[in-house]
Design a protein around this ligand. Structure first.
Ligand SMILES: NC(=O)c1ccc[n+]([C@@H]2O[C@H](COP(=O)([O-])OP(=O)(O)OC[C@H]3O[C@@H](n4cnc5c(N)ncnc54)[C@H](O)[C@@H]3O)[C@@H](O)[C@H]2O)c1
Length: 274
């Protein structure tokens, strides 16, 4: 998408961290921005920051797990702005446990927000975006954990692999749909992700204020989310599929793909030996 000014961006989980960074980066380029966040006060604070940049903004309370709520959110945005040019499915949460300690509620919560939330965003916005004239783009926030395995966060890894797969498929369909797609795969970014239990819905166990101190310490040394926002903005302009933020995470991709290719080599050898 070459021209951003005057267009409309929608960002789920825009009240904090990477979502806020993207919201401000797009507003800085002259886009009007709509935020949906389960923390209404955080969304409102970012709305005020966006308006201070001289563009239009709206913020609505939103739980991305609730498909009907996401459709109403979309209705409100199309009503106000008439079109949506950029959709950022970004809201996400994480739990920390080895596989044997993960509860049913942990799986449901993380799959609900990180995967169903993205699906709900696509279902609510994509058909109307497809019917709109002009350039359109979708950014799905995955993670470097969507590119290779990470111990202790299996539900997170599962959902982020799924978000990478959805994004790659959308990208493959871009000529049919007329919509570009990027998938954001960051390493550590200084956000509140380690405290994501603060937003855990009652239906999946309610708020959980435990903090994984080791991950918190890594995250606190991570990239500035405002920088991530600027990287994403350039990737949207360049129509990039994959957005990486940390060059040192390349090893995660190499390790996984080397193992996959080695397994193919073994498979080919088996064929030759038959
Ligand atoms: N911080 C990192 O190191 C990192 C790395 C890779 C990927 N990510 C991804 O970035 C995305 C943003 O996370 P962040 O790091 O900025 O964390 P964050 O906690 O700072 O921001 C997440 C936002 O999502 C909102 N949210 C949570 N549950 C929601 C729900 N059910 N409905 C709507 N909004 C909800 C929160 O209120 C918050 O404003 C997530 O998808 C996360 O997985 C983060």
């Amino acid at each position: 998408m070459k021209d951003l000014a005057g267009k409309t961006a929608v960002i789920t989980g825009g009240g904090s961290g990477i979502g806020r960074g993207m919201a401000l980066a797009f507003a800085d380029a002259g886009m009007n921005v709509a935020i949906g966040d389960i923390e209404p006060a955080a969304g409102e604070a970012v709305r005020a920051e966006i308006e201070a940049l001289g563009v239009e903004a709206m913020s609505l309370p939103l739980d991305v797990v609730d498909g009907a709520a996401v459709r109403s959110f979309a209705d409100a945005i199309f009503e106000r702005f008439g079109a949506v040019h950029l959709l950022c499915n970004n809201a996400g949460v994480v739990t920390f446990d080895l596989m044997n300690d993960i509860t049913d509620a942990d799986w449901r919560w993380v799959i609900g927000v990180n995967l169903e939330g993205v699906v709900n965003g696509l279902q609510a916005f994509l058909p109307r975006m497809k019917d709109q004239p002009g350039e359109k783009h979708i950014v799905n926030t995955a993670s470097i954990a969507g590119i290779g395995p990470h111990k202790g966060i299996a539900p997170y890894v599962a959902t982020k692999y799924a978000v990478v797969g959805i994004s790659e498929t959308l990208h493959a369909e871009r000529e049919d749909l007329g919509i570009g797609c990027s998938v954001l795969c960051p390493g550590n970014v200084q956000t509140q992700i380690v405290k994501s239990g603060r937003n855990r819905q009652d239906s999946v166990g309610g708020p959980d204020h435990r903090v994984n101190k080791q991950v918190q310490s890594q995250i606190s040394q991570g990239m500035d989310p405002m920088e991530v926002g600027r990287v994403v903005r350039q990737a949207v302009i360049d129509d990039d599929l994959y957005i990486f933020t940390h060059p040192d995470t390349r090893e995660i991709a190499e390790t996984r793909f080397d193992a996959i290719l080695a397994a193919f080599d073994k498979c080919a050898q088996r064929e030759r030996d038959r």
